[in-house]
Design a binder for this molecule. Structure first.
Ligand code: PLP
Length: 280
């Protein structure tokens, strides 16, 4: 495959990363993952807007959005991937290790593509999750390269034989280690409001759009771990997980243990959005 680092497209095995890249020392940068279906980007504009916003939130100003789009478009042309994703990260720059920002450093872009497929079995059968304390920083709306708490909490799920860890702050469910979380309570879809406590997922926004289109009532309102345990339905969302039902929380069965009616309707609506790409 062809990838991109610091101004150059190269074969994967020819890419070398500068060890003074601040992404390496400090996780000092931001990133995006964009899904590719049928060789076309899904919700690219939303992802690029969020990348620029995340960069600006950490003081990387004036990111050239048009150039970012060019880079991923060229990568997609070169790699010609049907079903996959593109990862794009922007670090603050390259320079000797120093907490202080270095003057006149240019952001460094890394981008590459992966072949992946839709998690069809999980989307049908559902997954199990565990819950854990959310001890991350208070700028979770920034898609930062700093994912230490997220990777530690994902690992906790894997070790427990589960698929994802759903985080809570003092009993309030925020999001998963790499996903947003929705519940259905009294027939109403509910998810944490988009503030500094969560990443406002692009898939989350798509789900809310589908809910509006299909007249499924929803609230962007925080809920507790107790609400999660007692929910009629639970699902998680992300670019790669799409809309995946949760059938078990901390070993307790959710609803009747199978994918719920509203989850199914949301999946159908999301599928329609995907199929608007490359209509055949
Ligand atoms: N929340 C966190 C912490 C994430 O890392 C992600 C994606 O990786 C999401 C939510 C879902 O965001 P999106 O739907 O934009 O992929």
């Amino acid at each position: 495959k062809i990838s991109y680092y610091n101004g150059q497209f190269k074969n994967d095995d020819e890419i070398t990363v500068d060890y003074n890249d601040r992404a390496f020392y400090f996780g000092d940068g931001v990133y995006e993952v964009v899904r590719v279906y049928n060789n076309e980007f899904f919700t690219l504009d939303e992802h690029m807007d969020r990348l620029v916003r995340s960069a600006s939130e950490i003081g990387i100003e004036g990111l050239d959005r048009a150039r970012m789009v060019e880079i991923v478009t060229e990568l997609n042309e070169k790699n010609n991937i049907d079903d996959g994703s593109v990862y794009i990260q922007v670090s603050r720059g390259i320079g000797k290790r120093n907490h202080a920002y270095l003057a006149n450093k240019k952001p460094v872009v890394l981008a590459y593509m992966n072949e992946i497929s839709r998690p069809t079995a999980q989307m049908e059968e559902g997954i199990s999750v565990i819950t854990a304390d959310d001890y991350r920083w208070l700028k979770c709306h920034v898609k930062s390269l700093n994912l230490l708490a997220n990777v530690m909490e994902k690992e906790r799920a894997i070790r427990a034989g589960a698929h994802e860890t759903i985080l809570n702050r003092e009993g309030i469910v925020t999001e998963g280690s790499s996903t947003n979380v929705f519940i259905v309570k009294d027939g109403v879809l509910r998810t944490h409001p988009a503030n500094n406590m969560i990443l406002n997922g692009i898939t989350r926004l798509e789900v809310l759009k589908v809910a509006r289109d299909r007249k499924i009532p929803y609230e962007e309102k925080a809920f507790t771990v107790g609400d999660l345990m007692n929910a009629e339905e639970v699902f998680i969302t992300s670019t790669t997980q799409e809309v995946t039902p949760v059938t078990e929380v901390d070993g307790e069965v959710v609803g009747d243990g199978s994918k719920g009616r509203i989850t199914h309707a949301i999946q159908e609506g999301f599928d329609e959005e995907i199929h608007k790409l490359n209509l055949v």
